[in-house]
Design a protein around this ligand. Structure first.
Ligand SMILES: [Zn+2]
Length: 330
């Protein structure tokens, strides 16, 4: 029988009756099998039925434990076994969005029991749901339902060593750069995640983004320029450290760090809408209302220039080059 197990000998070897040498299936095929398992399981299909369907479609015979590993997110061929190392993480819009969102609204910690935990807490449910969906795609796990906190915010908690390494603060820009700058779409997705978290849209259409990390805002400014969105020249001081502010619980406390802001030029609002946009309804609506008032917005949502020209802007980025080289070898 010429069936293929996930780590099987090829049928040729079997025919020749040679010494059995275990060979793994091509990564691409394992990724197909993985994605199919997740999709069918979400449809409520039983393990036996999934094994059958994958066998019919791909000629690959999975075991129940494979299915279980996939479904529980313990194993993902896309990110390497156990997704334990940064080199195995593949660039994608989902990952870029997650990076932007976590930099804004996420925190990381190591628990006493040694777990690597990433916490994400936000005001808007749709943002939490989008985040959950995208991070599930990145890690090859099932999306978690956001949990509502006492203060009304929505929370997602993810255990992942690799994301902890990538996103622990202070953010290492060189570490996230290959994923953020992979292509224009990834840049747009990163900015979107960051602005969903840290962006403010005023009624008059003024858009700003705030953060305590001055260098991070400089980086964001440069990324915005790459997608034709102009900002004020440098981040400016918004609130100096030591300012008394009222927290969510009503208590007054003093800020520990300087808070900076970066402002988008209004002439670039439309480009921002086309190239980036918002997940959060209230922010997106404000921007749309502004653009409608200006009557400058045509009905079409065609981008100003093509999104499908990856790697043009970033050819000089040696890290990216190295990264692409190594990812070819995977
Ligand atoms: Zn990309």
């Amino acid at each position: 029988m010429g069936r293929r197990n996930m780590s099987s000998v090829s049928s040729q070897d079997e025919k020749a009756g040679q010494a059995v040498k275990r060979r793994y299936l091509p990564r691409e095929l394992r990724i197909k099998a993985h994605d199919m398992v997740i999709r069918l399981r979400l449809q409520g299909m039983s393990y036996n039925k999934i094994i059958y369907e994958v066998y019919i479609a791909l000629g690959v015979r999975l075991s129940k434990s494979h299915i279980s590993y996939y479904v529980r997110g313990l194993h993902n061929p896309r990110n390497g076994i156990y997704i334990s190392s940064l080199e195995c993480l593949m660039p994608s819009e989902d990952l870029a969005f997650v990076i932007g969102a976590v930099i804004g609204d996420g925190t990381t910690k190591r628990t006493k029991s040694g777990d690597f935990v990433m916490m994400f807490r936000v005001k808007d449910k749709e943002f939490a749901e989008e985040f959950s969906k995208r991070i599930a795609n990145v890690l090859g796990r099932q999306a978690l339902k956001p949990r509502v906190l006492k203060d009304g915010r929505w929370a997602i908690e993810i255990k992942s060593k690799i994301l902890y390494e990538l996103l622990k603060k202070p953010i290492d820009i060189e570490r996230i750069r290959p994923f953020v700058e992979h292509c224009e779409k990834c840049v747009g997705a990163f900015i979107r995640g960051f602005f969903d978290a840290e962006g403010i849209v005023r009624k008059d259409g003024t858009m700003t983004v705030v953060n305590t990390d001055f260098n991070l805002l400089l980086y964001v400014r440069d990324l915005l320029r790459k997608i034709n969105v102009e900002t004020t020249s440098e981040p400016k001081l918004h609130t100096p450290a030591g300012t008394s502010v009222r927290g969510r619980n009503g208590k007054v406390y003093k800020t520990r760090k300087d808070l900076y802001y970066l402002q988008i030029r209004k002439s670039s609002n439309e480009n921002f809408y086309d190239m980036v946009g918002f997940t959060i309804d209230r922010k997106r609506k404000r921007l749309e209302e502004y653009l409608r008032r200006r009557k400058s917005r045509p009905a079409s949502t065609t981008p100003i220039f093509s999104l499908f020209t990856p790697h043009l802007f970033f050819e000089n980025n040696s890290i990216l080059k190295i990264y692409l080289k190594s990812s070819k070898a995977l």
